[in-house]
Design a protein around this ligand. Structure first.
Ligand SMILES: Nc1ncnc2c1ncn2[C@@H]1O[C@H](COP(=O)(O)OP(=O)(O)OP(=O)(O)O)[C@@H](O)[C@H]1O
Ligand SMILES: [Mg+2]
Length: 262
């Protein structure tokens, strides 16, 4: 069955905004940030879906220690609908649409199929307040398409200069892909060694974006480099449950609060 024609029992009653988490550069913390932000927003009473959009190298389910029954591949092959593939994580209070790792057909998804998936995702999103889309690294056509499809893009950077140039490349392509629609891009500095260093990293990116792209993406927040993050990931557990008093947990809560306000 075509994914577009699958029945959905989700009432389109919520705002269902699609929040894409991207970076260009790999390994900056997108997946951990997506999971932890989803958890923080759920704890604030919002109905959240997380979509593992790292096609071909999905790993959000691994970070969460899940054994999904269904995943995105099943949705694409027509075995089930998005709503049927959704897995609820009771201890986190949100749902996830898991991806699948190492599947060539997902890694090389034709544009037309991806557009069908995104249209079906948009429909399912109506049953949620926010859908957090964890993107893969790089700027391949699928990543660009999903980035341009989102309502809000959270661009994760670190102090690493290559993260800044990669994030700049994402901004440049996004502007080219969405020439006529206003862009809502906000910057998150992860693994900051200090507030001053994190703000400096943001400042460098913002200066280049203003000067060369005429874009002015605001700083959504800074997240400290915090060994409890790697510890939580290693133990496949949620940071906000495992180390709620940690600096990184406080930083995520601040970001969730700002997102709810805006
Ligand atoms: N705030 C932080 N403090 C300390 N370490 C962090 C922090 N955020 C992320 N990390 C480290 O970065 C690693 C990579 O995180 P993650 O897998 O979420 O990145 P990613 O951007 O999704 O990677 P990929 O591009 O491969 O999908 C984690 O295993 C963790 O050790
Ligand atoms: Mg990732």
């Amino acid at each position: 069955m075509n994914i577009m024609t699958q029945p959905t029992n989700t009432a389109a009653s919520r705002s269902g905004q699609l929040i894409a988490v991207g970076s260009g550069k790999g390994g900056v913390g997108k997946t951990w940030f997506s999971i932890t932000l989803a958890h923080a927003l759920a704890r604030r009473g919002r109905k959240i879906m997380m979509f593992d959009g790292d096609l071909g190298l999905a790993n959000a389910d691994i970070q969460l220690g899940l054994m999904p029954k269904h995943d995105l591949n099943d949705v694409i092959s027509g075995t089930c609908s998005i709503d049927e593939a959704l897995m609820r994580i009771p201890e986190a209070g949100f749902c996830i649409l898991p991806g699948r790792s190492g599947t060539a057909s997902l890694a090389n998804l034709p544009a037309e199929t991806l557009d069908h998936v995104l249209a079906a995702l948009r429909q399912s999103a109506g049953g949620f307040d926010d859908v957090i889309v964890d993107l893969g690294a790089g700027i391949d056509p699928s990543v660009r398409r999903m980035t341009a499809f989102a309502d809000i893009v959270l661009l994760v950077i670190t102090e690493d200069p290559s993260s800044l140039t990669d994030a700049y490349a994402v901004l440049k392509l996004l502007k080219a892909d969405r020439p006529d629609t206003p862009l809502d891009v906000r910057i998150v500095v992860n693994q900051a060694s200090s507030v001053a260093a994190g703000k400096r990293a943001y400042g460098s990116l913002a200066r280049a974006a203003r000067g060369f792209l005429r874009l002015d993406p605001p700083l959504l927040g800074l997240i400290n480099r915090d060994e409890r993050v790697s510890d939580a990931i290693r133990r496949q557990s949620l940071l906000l449950t495992r180390a709620p008093q940690s600096p990184a947990a406080a930083d995520i809560e601040t970001i969730a609060r700002r997102l709810c306000r805006a």
